[in-house]
Design a protein. Sequence first.
Length: 143
Amino acid sequence: MMNTSERYIVDSLVAQFWKRGYLTVSRRFGTYLPEPERVGEFNVDVVARQRNKYAIGISLSEDELNNVELADKIYYLATRHTKFSNKPVILFIGVPDKYYKQVKNLLEKMNKEIRRNIKLIQIIDESISKTNISKQKSKVLFS
């Protein structure tokens, strides 16, 4: 059974790829696009490309954040290269806003060369953003 919050996080991750000019090649919970293949032993949520640059995206849940092998997973995915051109593949990490600082602290402990390949994205909770939009609509600018 698909969790709506997982789908929302993947949709938010795809939106961040689009903002940066990437085209989605495969994604989890997609209607028309195929599911991405596993990278090594890890599941990936999104695979995208921009001209000849590739990027992969993962979303971290609360269970994964408490896993002791999280740093190894991030290290492995951040050090991937394309098969023929040997260019680095950028890793986008989508994290719910309440765990953003925890993941940022974990990334600061990593090597500078590896951090250069990682983009950390804060995913805002769906319920919070809906209430903020309703408050913005209720303000009257002109009477």
